[in-house]
Design a protein around this ligand. Structure first.
Ligand code: FPP
Length: 247
């Protein structure tokens, strides 16, 4: 179990929540049932991260590519997001959680946009867990969008090409106000990044589990975090250098 003596907790956890459909199929239920129970797992991991004092949690809820799913599944997922925000935002706010959406707002309908904006506005001054939900998001979109905004600034003479470096580029990506994820979790036994936070995951520790998302709760999250605490992160250096730095 994780307690106040546990060292090296991740500051930022990112999760690819996968396996809702398979969870439902195994039980003879429609895919929507898996998404619905998956929303309960979202609540569980948010509460666990807040309790553990984790700085940020980023959840991949709907990718740019998910628009290609059957129409009724897309509508169900959008409704679920709206309902989640409506039902839970007051509690999230009471728990000092700051909500933020990442992704392309252009493709979203007015209903979800209104709910997202209201949730962001209500919680913007909170200082606890930063809860980021990726909707209509892809890592390549984030990078291309940053490049576009840099080009706009350069064209307006607000930025010189020679000033563009990795640190400057980062300022234009989503979540530039937070540390990059320390830990990426993917559930359901799939071993892919699937276009999530491509820029931000450069040095992130990866954790894969066969547990499907609707079954991923507090115990499974703590297990992932504990495994992370044992990893040695070298950031391109060697162990001896890290030991010298720690002295
Ligand atoms: C992947 O499982 C899951 C999704 C594409 C949707 C994620 C949405 C939720 C967890 C519920 C709502 C979220 C919030 C933030 C309230 P899949 O459908 O691809 O599963 P499969 O690979 O087994 O088919």
């Amino acid at each position: 179990m994780i307690d106040s003596t546990t060292k090296n907790l991740p500051r930022h956890i990112a999760i690819v929540m996968d396996g809702n459909g398979r969870w439902a199929k195994k039980r003879g239920l429609p895919r929507a049932a898996g998404h619905k129970i998956g929303a309960d797992s979202v609540e569980a991991v948010v509460n666990t991260c807040a309790r553990l004092g984790i700085q940020a949690l980023s959840l991949f809820a709907f990718s740019t590519e998910n628009w290609n799913r059957p129409k009724d599944e897309v509508s169900f997922l959008m409704d679920l997001l709206v309902r989640f925000l409506r039902d839970k935002i007051k509690t999230l706010h009471k728990n000092n959680i700051r909500f933020q959406m990442i992704g392309d707002r252009c493709g979203l309908n007015d209903l979800i946009l209104a709910e997202v904006c209201a949730a962001e506005e209500l919680t913007k001054n909170n200082s606890g867990l930063a809860m980021n939900i990726a909707i209509n998001y892809s890592g390549r979109w984030d990078i291309a969008n940053a490049a576009k905004n840099i080009a706009v600034q350069a064209a307006a003479n607000l930025l010189k090409p020679e000033e563009i470096c990795a640190d400057k580029f980062r300022e234009f990506t989503c979540l530039a106000n937070l540390p990059d994820p320390d830990l990426l979790i993917r559930t359901s036994g799939e071993y892919r990044i699937s276009n999530f936070m491509l820029w931000q995951l450069a040095y992130t520790e990866l954790y894969f589990t066969t547990v499907t998302w609707p079954d991923f709760r507090e115990k499974e999250l703590e297990q992932a975090i504990l495994e992370y605490t044992k990893r040695e992160r070298r950031f391109g250096m060697i162990s001896e250098q890290l030991a010298a730095q720690a002295k």
